[in-house]
Design a protein around this ligand. Structure first.
Ligand SMILES: Cc1ncc(COP(=O)(O)O)c(C=O)c1O
Length: 391
């Protein structure tokens, strides 16, 4: 059963989102309600904790690798949830989604090559590209009323230019909450095929898709020059600090190259706890996951309605997927330090600054809403009264 409160109240002292040094450093205050890191506040499914408890009581940890069972479980899950056909033999396991991206950048581009990202986007993409000595090429998303769209003209211009060797997609898109449609993905694939550019699709948020939207994986589009990072149980099952990353491609040559690199760096070693937790999640976690998704969809709906009715000056981008919601506070007409003061000192909110994602306008912030509804309601009421006092 899905629950919104943990059974132990003192477990969260160690969590990064509540780390007082980090909060002080980023926000200049420790007394904040954390909505900045994209993880969930809820206890995990009991099927997962039972699987881990069994391993704890086993007290014996000889080498064991059972990625086959896991790949089969991920394939079955994707078939059931998204109608997506994945061949269980076509996965490569790496420690995490970010390490997957870091590895793929090194395997399929050279120093100085361009890697295209669609900004504003998950901030670690930029860090991984830059630290690998590659160049960030921004294909800035455009805004049509309250929805983000891909600027295809710019996308094609950048690929035609020749310096881009790889496109790094985020689908569903963190932080703007778009779930790219099949037509949008197909259009990107057609352009990438024309200019022979590899597409890497980070699909870590794939399962968190709300009513009215449906997830399409790049893996379903038969583009031989594409790789998917799919099936991490981090975001959908709350296994952030104990999950692995799974790269998927139907292209054998691409897979063999990745396997060789991952072998040579000994990155293919699974951890028994992660493996047991992930297998339990995909095999037995569906009832819990469905309740979790319904709960966060309800939270999303509440936030969107509240903002539309009570805080019209704040532009709210209704997410189609992900547990992240993106706000534009420009309508308050505050400068960036006044806005920061309002959000942190008055409303006591730790939201993720939009500038982290490459958004040039300092009035944008992201809120992680995988948290109890009552807590979010209290936070946004405080935001409302803080705004009324200030503006
Ligand atoms: C789009 C995206 N990719 C990757 C990650 C992190 O993945 P991992 O912790 O497996 O490296 C996150 C976490 O927020 C994310 O939002």
């Amino acid at each position: 059963m899905f629950r919104t409160s943990p059974s132990s109240s003192d477990i969260d002292d160690k969590f990064v989102k509540r780390d007082s040094d980090m909060l002080s450093q980023i926000y200049g205050s420790e007394e904040l309600t954390p909505y900045w890191i994209a993880d969930m506040d809820f206890p995990i499914a009991s099927a997962i904790s039972q699987a881990m408890q069994q391993l704890v009581s086993r007290e014996s940890y000889s080498y064991e690798f059972d990625s086959k069972t896991l790949f089969k479980a991920i394939s079955k899950w994707n078939k059931e949830l998204h109608g997506l056909e994945l061949d269980a033999e076509h996965f490569v396991q790496v420690p995490g989604v970010l390490s997957a991206i870091a590895l793929l950048i090194r395997d399929f581009s050279n120093e100085g090559d361009g890697v295209l990202i669609q900004t504003p986007v998950y901030h670690q993409f930029r860090r991984l590209i830059v630290s690998a000595g590659r160049k960030v090429v921004s294909n800035t998303l455009s805004i049509d009323d309250d929805r983000y769209l891909i600027d295809f003209e710019d996308f094609e211009r950048q690929l035609k230019n020749g310096s881009v060797k790889m496109v790094l997609l985020c689908n569903p898109h963190n932080p703007v909450g778009r779930v790219w449609t099949k037509a949008e993905l197909q259009k990107m694939v057609d352009i990438a095929r024309q200019y022979q550019v590899l597409i890497i699709s980070d699909e870590i948020h794939a399962d968190i898709v709300f009513e009215g939207a449906s997830f399409t994986s790049i893996a379903s589009l038969n583009y031989e020059n594409s790789l998917t990072i799919i099936g991490s149980p981090a975001k959908n099952f709350g296994l952030n600090s104990i999950s692995n990353g799974y790269i998927y491609s139907d292209n054998e040559a691409l897979r063999e190259k990745i396997k060789a690199t991952s072998n040579s760096l000994a990155l293919d070693h699974g951890n028994a706890f992660t493996t047991a937790a992930s297998i339990a999640a995909y095999q037995h976690g569906k009832p819990w996951f469905e309740e979790f998704l319904a709960y966060t969809q309800n939270v999303r709906n509440w936030i969107v309605d509240f903002m539309a009715n009570e805080l019209r000056q704040v532009k709210t981008f209704k997410p189609e997927g992900t547990n992240q919601i993106w706000f534009d506070f420009s309508g308050l007409e505050l400068d960036s330090s006044q806005l920061k003061f309002l959000l942190t000192q008055q409303a006591k909110l730790a939201l993720t600054p939009g500038t982290w994602f490459g958004e040039t306008n300092e009035n944008y912030y992201r809120m992680n809403f995988a948290a109890p509804l009552e807590q979010i309601q209290a936070s946004l009421q405080l935001l409302k009264s803080s705004i009324e006092k200030t503006v």
